[in-house]
Design a protein around this ligand. Sequence first.
Ligand code: AMP
Length: 938
Amino acid sequence: MQESVMKAWWDSSHMAGANAAYVEELYEAYLEDSQSVSEPWRQVFDNLPKVDGVELETNHSSVKEQFRKLASLGPAARMSGGAASEAVSDERQVKVLQLINAFRFRGHQHANLDPLGLWKQARVRDLELSHHSLSEKDFDTVFNVGSYAIGKDSMSLGDLYKSLNRTYCGSIGAEYMHITDTEQKRWLQQKIESVEARPEFSSDEKRSILKGLVAADGMEKYLSSKFPGAKRFSLEGGDSLIPMLKGLITEAGAAGTKECVIGMAHRGRLNVLVNVLGKNPSVLFDEFSGKHDESLGSGDVKYHAGFSSDFATPGGNVHLALAFNPSHLEIVNPVVMGSVRARIARRSDDNNRVLPITIHGDAAIAGQGVVQETFNMSQTRGFAVGGTVRIVINNQVGFTTSKIADARSTQYCTDIAKMVQAPIFHVNADDPEAVQFVTKLALEYRNKFKKDVVIDLVCYRRHGHNEADEPNATQPLMYQKIKKHPVTREIYTDQLVAEGVLEEREAKKYLEDYRNALDHGACVVEEWRPMTEHSVDWSPYMGHDWDTDYDGKISLDKLKELGEKITTYPEDYKLNSRVNKLYQDRKSMITGDKKLDWGMAENLAYASIVQLGHDIRITGQDSGRGTFFHRHAVLHNQGDGGVHIPLQHISEEQGEMEIYDSVLSEAAVMAFEYGFATAEPNCLTIWEAQFGDFANGAQVVFDQFLSSGEAKWGRLCGLTVLLPHGYEGQGPEHSSARLERFLQMCADHNWQVCVPSTPAQVFNMLRRQMIRPMRKPLIVMSPKSLLRHAMATSTLEELAEGKFHNVIGEIDDIAPENVKRVVMCSGKVYYDLLDQRRKNEQTDIALIRLEQLYPFPQEECAKIVAQYSHVKDWVWCQEEPQNQGAWYCSQHHFWQAIPDGAKLTYAGREASSSPAVGYVSVHNQQQKALVEDALTIK
Ligand code: AMP
């Protein structure tokens, strides 16, 4: 700003005469938080002229400099009085505003959060009066409190200081000043400061909280006396979680929520199952005694079990689903979020109808990267769920690892949440009313701003990691303290008795009633209701086997109609020239002028599926276009960057078509899609890896959920996973999707592993996945070079046939009786073999393609093999090294498939620790050699 302009403005403004240093500080406070200065000053600063059109905020150092200069101009400029308001004429006023700000920013560092009192809190000087040049001598002076939302404009410093301490340094440590959005900050300040973080609870509410604590404590004590030494991963120390969750669900229901999906690890899970979800205690006791439900495959330990029920609230019943959970702590979170996304989509209305609640451990939330992945996903188009309420059971120890120095490098275990500017409420779990307050606040925040919010329930763990563990061995001081520490129920009972809310004998009666209910094995949750609110019926998909009949046929006319739809886009759309060419080619494929390629067949499959009314959801790192430029399901207008998805314009009644390029994650995205697919059978849910080996990053999800979820938990899942695979000289990382790993996990007909080799096959494979009334995961080794391979084409008639062939026999005119060797293979190598055999003009070798490696198609194979019953020389040919691919994992099936007395040999790369070589020339040599080997009859 020009000095003359500044001076003119200064002289003419009502600031003339005010103390420049004071104004300068006020201005700084305004820049930090505009609400921290009083309204007249805010108006002044809001109306400051702009420098070359730029807001002064961006250049405030120059403004400060001007203030300083003006202050030195002489008595006229420094003169006090003028039009400045009385409340702000004192320089201390600014200090008071800064004091308020300091409490908002750093009050949590002095809050009383640790029930054990072991946290060593650093002294925060900003919270001391002296830091702000104030002292107790100023206590009687009345100051303007700026935006401090206590409901008064001014307060004596003494009252204000007490109020700030009560609000920000009591049992709640509120961290929200990292949020840049002023509306959110103001909203939170209003909610917290107006009640000094301690609202009044009615007697009924207090009793209800106590009952929750009685249940939490009673349950653990009961289990410990009935099943001493049994692992139960007790909640003790974090007992407030029970009234907290019940409060959260009740408030959510009152606000219109219809379903809550909860994810939590083992700590306190049995307690939540019985005391929140209403699992019948007698069923749990049976499980402790070793009884189990025979109908559930291989089953799982009781502290991983999921559960579903309904819960009565003032707003109607809320459906509760506790997700099944493996030991890999945080991985269930994206599963929960995916499940919620599916439920929101099904309800097709406000996302406040479905609430995700994730319960974390302090060591895990800080330690596991998937937490960061879920925060990163939380506001993206394809993965947002309107915010998750995240609760940390912060018992200050991870198994035997202490929080300080070993478990993390951040002050709080929740610091990761700041990456999305989520508010974080640390709360002392021994103050259950404070816990209720922040829980309600968190829910309101989530529902209003549709963002994640975190509650850090600071507690302790009364026993070892499990009940048989000896915690004193590693945390001696902590456990000496814990031994003497009363349980939360006792602390709260004493409080209520002292407040006159109830008498001691009533509290005792609560205990007796609870124990009696457990003795009777009755449900102990008053709000429990039988399930009616869940929104999907899985029964049509139950009890079907692989041979279940389905009609996959589709007429040629329908294919042509769909083909036209998927090649139509707005007339004014200017496509990229390569995309335009591709779309022109697709048009010729419908007229029959060209044979269909992979991309066209795949898009036609999607069109036919949504046209049948099923939904489709595809995510992956580059799914819209396709890693290898083949899909182009999303068109980008080169003129204005607009986006058009032809598959969304098939018909009025079509299913939803969603396709998103995902965040750059495998674990969380894949887990999200698993969660989605286990909650929605009517959607073809597809996760696509950019390259097949990227599935490594999601290995936990394949191992713990996808391959075994049905066996462990009886949960069906139709997730389709597309993993680009094929040896094309692209080096160790981009050649193999590690087929062997998927085959190694095959058993119990848990999933399908397919390697389709033609456009018609991919078309019919995708349709089969939806039309056949069964939901099993589908692992696909999808192609790369085959996407544009001249031989890998199909006709419309082949698509219309409507059948996925698990095995494909010889296509050339090779008379079976002349055949001396049969080569079996899967995937791209088939075309190398076919091409070379044609070049060699060999007629004594037949080629059989296995398009589905698991479940192994014995019967279909037997029909084809029957023509070659005289052949003794059988070969399995693969591109992968011998220790990889299908050779070892599927060999027993191959032996079973070939005629009795025949021999089976291997043609492929030698065993290797790396999936592929890095040098193209070596790759080419190897590829040539393995094809030659397969085609050379010795
Ligand atoms: P939820 O909405 O997840 O609580 O599920 C409600 C009920 O639907 C469960 O109790 C199961 O009986 C059934 N169900 C939910 N998901 C699946 C699934 N993926 N496979 C089979 N049954 C399911």
